[in-house]
Every structure is written in structure tokens, then in C-alpha cells.
Design a binder for this molecule. Structure first.
Ligand SMILES: [Ca+2]
Ligand SMILES: [Ca+2]
Ligand SMILES: [Ca+2]
Ligand SMILES: [Ca+2]
Ligand SMILES: [Zn+2]
Length: 236
């Protein structure tokens, strides 16, 4: 048989269920490591777009942008037969929109990339969504999670056929990020904005309202709230 993972968000436990057959290889939950922007390289670097090294350059990295990466723990990712995947109790990489770049699974728990690698956006998004969902559901003790599926928030770090846009899809409960211009999933402001649409949808049991831009405001609030929490927003 196979072990499969069941995530119980109510008690925040990851438990394993054996279906009773012979052991054929297991899934385990481990902490990985990764490099991310936090909240974004312009903010952490107190730079203005166009400063030396702080340009998109068609997704090239620079020493200045590399220096704005932070080493983080990627909590509770999945290990299966020596392959590590960004799939955890609060976030999960999926690949449901073009371009189809895969899941970035690899044979190491160290997901250390620079922004020129598509995997960087997957790591950056996993980290920020995971942290946001843990804050709401674990630290604050709320229950705000997707109702469209069981498990972590599903996101495609490279979607929308490469457009310079991102979205939350109420039908599927998934997030997707476009790579036009600066890749949207490199910027936690965009990640939190789109997650904010999801939070709005989930907390209202699918009654997300766009009246007078309500949901846009919730997304922007969530992004700016995060910026303030990491002390990068100064009240005027
Ligand atoms: Ca994709
Ligand atoms: Ca990139
Ligand atoms: Ca790009
Ligand atoms: Ca963009
Ligand atoms: Zn929006």
C-alpha cells in the first residue's frame, strides 16, 4: 500500500494514514530551506526602480538583487523517495496554467535560487503564502482556508500565459502569477494581494464581493499589513 498525507487544519497536525497494504515507499514532511525576497528587493534595499542593479533586465539577476535575498525555512514540505516538493499544509505549488514549467521538485531540500530561475518564484510564493496562512490560522487561531479543496493554498508561480497580471480564481480557489515585466511572484505585495482575494472568498464562504472594489481593497490591505509587520512601512 501507499502512505498518503492527510492534513488536519483544525488541529494543525499532519498525520499519515496507511491503507493497510505493504509498504512501498513513504511520504514524509520535512523542513527545507530557500532564498526569498522579503517583502521585495526595492523595499528591503531601500532602492528605487532604475537604481544600479535594481532593474528587471528580462529576468536577469544582479549582485544588488542577489543581496536582497534572505535565507528562510520552508516549513513542512514533502519528501517522497528522496524527491522534495513544495507541498505543505498551508501552500502547494501546482501548474494549471501556461506556461507549464512543472512543480520544481528536486533531489535536495535546499531550494536556493536567484530570480533568473523559474523555481525562485515557486519558493518565494510558497514561503509567503505559508507564513500568511500560519499567521491567520495558527497564531491568530482563525479558520480561513480554501473550501474548494483539501490542503494548502494552491498556486501556480508562472501562469496567465506569461501576461503581466495575476489572479485568484474563485471557482478553483487557486492563485496564479504572470511573468510579464518583473515576475509577479517575485513580489510579496502581489502574492499577498492575490491571497487577499482568496481570504475574502474563503472567509465569506464563496460570497466574495467586488462591489466598489471591496475585494481589491482587501488584497491591498493584506499586502500593506504585511509590509507594516516587517517594519517596512512608516506611518506618515
Ligand atoms: Ca504554470
Ligand atoms: Ca524570476
Ligand atoms: Ca518577467
Ligand atoms: Ca509583472
Ligand atoms: Zn486584485
Amino acid at each position: 500500500g501507499e502512505y498518503f498525507k492527510v492534513t488536519d487544519h483544525a488541529t494543525y497536525n499532519v498525520v499519515y494514514v496507511d491503507n493497510g497494504g505493504d509498504f512501498e515507499g513513504g511520504v514524509s514532511v520535512v523542513d527545507g530551506t530557500g532564498m526569498v525576497f522579503d517583502p521585495d528587493p526595492l523595499t528591503s534595499g531601500t532602492a528605487t526602480y532604475g537604481d544600479s542593479g535594481f532593474v528587471d533586465g528580462a529576468d536577469a539577476t544582479t549582485p544588488q538583487l542577489d543581496a536582497e535575498r534572505f535565507a528562510v525555512t520552508l516549513k513542512d514540505i514533502e519528501e517522497n523517495g528522496g524527491t522534495y516538493t513544495l507541498r505543505g499544509p498551508w501552500a502547494e505549488v501546482v501548474d494549471h496554467e501556461a506556461p507549464f514549467n512543472g512543480l520544481f521538485s528536486q533531489a535536495s531540500s535546499a531550494f536556493n535560487f536567484d530570480r533568473s530561475a523559474d523555481a525562485f518564484e515557486a519558493v518565494n510564493t510558497y514561503y509567503h503564502i505559508d507564513a500568511s496562512m500560519r499567521y491567520l490560522n495558527v497564531a491568530l487561531g482563525l479558520t480561513i482556508e480554501p473550501f474548494q479543496y483539501v490542503g494548502g493554498v494552491q498556486f501556480d508561480p508562472s501562469g496567465l500565459s506569461g501576461a503581466d497580471n495575476s489572479h485568484y480564481s474563485p471557482g478553483s480557489g487557486r492563485l496564479a502569477f504572470g511573468e510579464g515585466g518583473v515576475d509577479d511572484a517575485e513580489d510579496s505585495d502581489v502574492i499577498h494581494h492575490e491571497l487577499g482575494h482568496g481570504l475574502h472568498d474563503w472567509v465569506t464562504s464563496g460570497a466574495l464581493s467586488q462591489v466598489n472594489g471591496l475585494s481589491e481593497g482587501i488584497g491591498d490591505f493584506w499586502a500593506q499589513s504585511y509590509n507594516r509587520s516587517v517594519d517596512s512601512w512608516t506611518p506618515s
